[in-house]
Structures are given as structure tokens and as C-alpha cells.
Write a protein that binds this ligand. Structure first.
Ligand SMILES: Nc1nc2c(c(=O)[nH]1)N[C@H]1C(S)=C(S)[C@@H](COP(=O)(O)O)O[C@H]1N2
Ligand SMILES: [Mo]
Length: 302
């Protein structure tokens, strides 16, 4: 299959993870030496203290209910999803609404590595070396109009390929949303790879949102539509249970889920007896994103 990458990562794709890590650290060091600043640089520098989960953890313990509610269902069934060709419709309050072929998007975007903490609302976590591009770059390509305030996202709905959608666990298709400033934040990416390889179907191929300071369910997979709007869009888990899942869903150790504590988390891959670790405010990205919520009551806007 043709390499989807703008950058030549073909070597990484066949490199064992420990060697890949050394190279990644070397690249990060080189970038720092060149004085590359900005949010991407900050996130990378912060990320360098993190130990990523291995490929097997990241690609075999998943939530992707369109393929079943078991953690191993996505790895088992998601290969049924046809991801080529793939089209993303960008519409609503944009200057250039269009259906964009995935390849055309990739040709225009700059692919970066982002090593991010990933915290599920179920209180487990991983550290994932994503490859992807900033969502802001994609939205700017379509031209966001001045009245737009929110971004709505929609996952593909393919009953023939998705065995889970015959069950009314959620109101399909899976939908999510962000406020425009959250969507434009440099930490917010569209992930198209993991460990330098194309993102596997169970993780949301060919492109999925990653918002590292929010609970994992905000990071919607296999996106087919992005709509700019001036009204807060409906989101799947909020529709399913508004008492338990708010629109914002920022990681917050001081606001418990009605049925469990969010103060600590279980690290996937840590082994059966590994102690839980404290959950950090905004999942460790407080310095970067807290100002987005100045003046908001985070217990009400949960
Ligand atoms: N379309 C879709 N996107 C989804 C989900 C889903 O069921 N369907 N699950 C969410 C949840 S609850 C989590 S924790 C993350 C899991 O991402 P991962 O499997 O790559 O770790 O995907 C999110 N995105
Ligand atoms: Mo989740």
C-alpha cells in the first residue's frame, strides 16, 4: 500500500519500538537545539518525560463501540472497516465547504509526532505516540467564518461493516463536539498514525480527533464530517446520559463521575499489581489550556 505519510516515516514503520524511541528522543533534542518553540515544541518537551505504551497495548485495548463494547472487540472486528477511499465533508460556517479526499488532506498537512497522555473516563490511561496534524490547519484550509463558535464531528456509520451498530448502545452515528477555541488550540490534533505507522482501524483509521486534556470519549474516531456551527452540537455520551457526561468533559480529578472517583487512574500495561497514579488537572495540560475556562464553574460545566 502506498505510504500515506507526508514525511518519510517508512523506516520507522519497520523499526522496533525501543530503537524508534531513541530516534524520537534524538529528533526532539535536535528540534530543541534548533530553538523550535511554540505549543508543539512545548508538548513534545513535556512528553519526553513520558514512557509510551507499547504498540500491543495501544492497539488491543480499545473503546470503539461500533465494533462491540468489549475492550478486545475493536481489534477483532475493526479490520472490516473500508478506509480507502475515504472522504471528509467539511461544511457549515466555512468559506470553502467541500468533500475532501483523505489523500488530498494529507498532502496539505504537516505530520508531527505528539506523545500525549490519554485518560479514559473509565479511569484507565495510556501514553500514546500519535502522528497527526493540528486540527486548526484543517479548519483554516476550509476557512472558518467569523460567526462560527463550535465544531461538530461525526463518525462513519456502516452497518455492513460495524457489527456493534445493530445494538442501540448509543444513538448512531457517534457524534462529538468542541468549542471553536478548543478546536483551534495547538494541542488538538487529528491523529493519522501511531508509532509512525498508519493508525490501525481499531484506533480510528484513517483519521480521528485527539484532545489530550479531555476524557477519551471526546476523541472521536474515523471522522467523515466536520461542521462549523454557532450552536453547541449534540454529543453521543451526553445524549446517552447527560447526568454523567457533560459537553466539556475536561479531565478533572476533583469532579468525580457519579459512579466512581476520578482522583486516580490505572495505567494500562502497568501490570496487575501496579499502584494507581494520581490523575492530573486537565490530564497534565493545565498550563496550556486552563485559560480557556477562565471564569467557568468546572463542576457545573463538567
Ligand atoms: N466513533 C467512536 N469514537 C470513539 C469511541 C467510540 O466508541 N466510537 N470511544 C471513545 C472512547 S470512550 C475512548 S476512551 C477512545 C479510545 O481510543 P483508543 O481505542 O484509541 O484508546 O475513543 C473514543 N472515540
Ligand atoms: Mo473512554
Amino acid at each position: 500500500m502506498a505510504n500515506r505519510w507526508k514525511n518519510d516515516l517508512s523506516e520507522m514503520a519497520v523499526t522496533p519500538e525501543h530503537i524508534y524511541m531513541n530516534r524520537r528522543q534524538w529528533i526532539a533534542g535536535a528540534a530543541a537545539g534548533l530553538g523550535l518553540a511554540g505549543m508543539g515544541g512545548a508538548a513534545r518537551a513535556e512528553g519526553d518525560a513520558l514512557e509510551p505504551n507499547d504498540w500491543d497495548d495501544i492497539t488491543s485495548y480499545n473503546n470503539y463501540y461500533e465494533f462491540g463494547t468489549g475492550k478486545d472487540d475493536p481489534a477483532r472486528y475493526a479490520d472490516r472497516l473500508t478506509t480507502q477511499p475515504w472522504t471528509v465533508t467539511i461544511d457549515g460556517m466555512v468559506d470553502r465547504p467541500a468533500d475532501f479526499a483523505f489523500e488530498d488532506i494529507m498532502a496539505k498537512m504537516t505530520i508531527e509526532e505528539r506523545l500525549y497522555r490519554f485518560r479514559c473516563v473509565e479511569a484507565w490511561s495510556m501514553v500514546v505516540p500519535w502522528n497527526g496534524f493540528e486540527l486548526a490547519d484543517l479548519l483554516n484550509m476550509a476557512g472558518v467564518q467569523s460567526g462560527a463558535k463550535y465544531v461538530a464531528f461525526e463518525t462513519a456509520l456502516r452497518p455492513d461493516e460495524m457489527p456493534g451498530v445493530q445494538f442501540p448502545v448509543l444513538d448512531w452515528p457517534y457524534v462529538e463536539g468542541l468549542r471553536l477555541d478548543e478546536a483551534m488550540h495547538p494541542l488538538t490534533i487529528m491523529a493519522t498514525g501511531i508509532y509512525g505507522r498508519d493508525i490501525p482501524n481499531q484506533n480510528g483509521a484513517p483519521l480521528r480527533l485527539v484532545v489530550p486534556w479531555k476524557y477519551g470519549f471526546k476523541s472521536i474516531k474515523s471522522i467523515v464530517r466536520i461542521t462549523l456551527t454557532d450552536e453547541e452540537p449534540p454529543t453521543s455520551w451526553n445524549k446517552a446520559n447527560p447526568r454523567e457526561y457533560g459537553f466539556y468533559s475536561n479531565v478533572n480529578p476533583t469532579v468525580d463521575h457519579p459512579r466512581w472517583s476520578q482522583a486516580t487512574e490505572r495505567q494500562i500495561g502497568g501490570g496487575l499489581f501496579a499502584p494507581r497514579i494520581p490523575t492530573q488537572m486537565f490530564n497534565g495540560y493545565e498550563a496550556e489550556v486552563a485559560s480557556l475556562y477562565d471564569g467557568m464553574d468546572l463542576t457545573k460545566n463538567f
